[in-house]
Design a protein around this ligand. Structure first.
Ligand code: GLP
Length: 248
């Protein structure tokens, strides 16, 4: 595990983007998994800047979204698909047929999930998965108690997530109660994982995730078992860790 602590939001965004850019430069046809959320927005802005400055080519990159709300797809600006398109996919030279979204308006969502797993495998597997974390330790829509062998599937959206996203969905009604998400096994199968967290409200869960026992009660704690985990934090999110082993 590598832990990087950044001093402010600007360096958090830049350092996180540098990590993703490095992956793309080392392997231009990288397969990336993307989380939506407040944490990653500035990071994606930074990636767009690198692309506009001619420093980053997404022409051979394949992208998978991490999760999606049931019934919310591209037409709904609160959907993960629409947000990722607005923040990154539509802003860089990603080929449309290399962008894999979860079609959560389909009637047979179990099939969508099964096909998503097949698409990930067919693309060669995810090289780098970008993750945020919920204050209860959830990753994607994998809430506390989720089995570590879970794969892409239909789930109930946690109450904490529903509360956090209420404002975002206010124009289209209430936050959907169900969603589709990559499972914990799907996430752990990625070649590398980049866990991003900022803000004091994430400090407690970051400590539990990185230093506590590996336990389904804290889904993100499973990431301790990943051989190539990089964690990028701001000082606030890192304040409950012993910083002697962190790099800057
Ligand atoms: C959610 C999403 C995750 C996201 C996490 C953190 O509910 N399903 O994919 O990473 O919460 O979100 P934020 O970055 O807004 O704190």
């Amino acid at each position: 595990m590598r832990i990087v602590v950044t001093q402010d939001h600007e360096s958090f965004n830049r350092r996180s983007a540098r990590e993703i850019a490095g992956q793309i430069r080392n392997k231009p046809d990288s397969v990336l998994g993307f989380a939506t959320g407040n944490t990653t927005e500035g990071v994606y802005r930074e990636l767009v800047s690198l692309h506009r400055e001619g420093q980053l080519d997404f022409g051979h990159v394949s992208s998978f979204v991490l999760d999606e709300y049931e019934g919310a797809f591209l037409a709904n600006p609160a959907s993960c698909a629409a947000r990722m398109t607005a923040q990154l996919f539509g802003q860089v030279n990603m080929q449309k047929n290399h962008v894999y979204l979860m079609e959560s308006t389909a009637t047979d969502l179990d099939r969508v999930c099964a096909e998503y797993e097949v698409q990930i495998r067919k693309s060669g597997g995810i090289d780098l998965q970008i993750l945020g974390i919920g204050t209860n330790g959830h990753i994607a829509f994998n809430e506390p108690g989720t089995a570590f062998h879970s794969i892409t599937r239909v789930v109930n959206v946690g109450e904490q997530t529903r509360t956090a996203r209420a404002g975002m969905f206010s124009a289209s009604g209430e936050v959907p109660r169900k969603g589709v998400t990559m499972g914990i096994k799907t996430i752990m199968n990625a070649g590398r994982i980049l866990l991003l967290a900022k803000g004091a409200d994430k400090a407690g869960i970051i400590r539990e995730t990185l230093l506590g026992p590996v336990d389904a009660k804290v889904p993100a704690s499973v990431l301790q078992l990943h051989p190539f985990l990089t964690v990028i934090l701001d000082t606030q999110a890192s304040k409950e860790l012993n910083l002697s082993f962190a790099e800057e």
